[in-house]
Write a protein that binds this ligand. Sequence first.
Ligand SMILES: [Mn+2]
Length: 362
Amino acid sequence: MQDVNIRNIKRLEELRKKLELKGLDGALICKRENYRYFSGFTGTLAYIIVTSEKAYLLTDSRYVTQAASQAPFFEIIRIQGDALPFICDVVKEQGIKALGFEETFVTYDFYVKLKTKLGKTELFPLLDIPDEMRAVKDDGEIEAIRKSVEIADRAFEYILAYIRPGIREYEIAAEIEHFMRESGAQGPSFETIVASGWRSSLPHGVASDRRIEKGDMVILDYGAVFEGYCSDITRTVFVGGADSKKLEIYNTVLEAQKRAIERIREGLYSKEIDGVARQHIADAGYGENFGHGLGHGVGLEIHEQPRVSPYSNCKLVRNMVFTVEPGIYIEGFGGVRIEDIVVVKEDGAEILTKAEKAPVIV
Ligand SMILES: [Mn+2]
């Protein structure tokens, strides 16, 4: 039996335990990353229904064969037209009385129709059970993320030789994405950010038509998807040289990141990690210039649990995978961000990203 199926079975068992604890006798899962996580099915349309004994996967004619092969522990049901009557048939046949659903994912329209059609079956929010399960990765998931990070790391090394005055930001983005695709990635994990010169003070400056100039700081923030798993890396490079102010900002961000990563261990609240970086940046006089959270979980989605910010209430658990990405952004001057992906260990963190972090001048 394939490893992947064993993992899916384990996840289903855990889901069932959690449903029971909440007094639910079934769950309806429609979000792609979630049904993939529990079933192994990678297609773009499916609904899975899980009860204490059974598991169904509903999909349309495009995917019936694929679903049967990828999700052998699910009974496959072929949807024709509207999915709702097929979902309701299963729920009724199985006598589900309390059905959990993904309250932060399904549309209001779907919810209202489902509620009306189900009649006596009550609907309850799943309260992020799938998201919380997915936050803690198993070995296979960490391996996939590791490979995804490796591709992104190699893209950084590759792109350094390509960045020079006169070239446009979107050309750099295209080159990075092309390299990653050729290296086995399924695609970029989000729209590639190339923010140069004054634009580097935009924390999410997706590549524009601006031409690189000598003296620019260039923020490169991108990632690959490999076996469904995302990577996310940011490096800031200097074009032609760096003055002392730029280097001071760079080293402040780098030191903030280093200190935060050193603090990571199982059992701490993620906001404590955020606080370490934030404090260092504030002490250097740039507190107002670091507006976003320190990081976010990465997995099947580019942004997932755990959140690492002053507002997060999440406790770190071994094998959580998240980014650590402090930044300093000064309007009209420019910005620096440095981002790595880490895995939480019992008494520390493993840094997956290997790309150079000493200031790079191209
Ligand atoms: Mn990120």
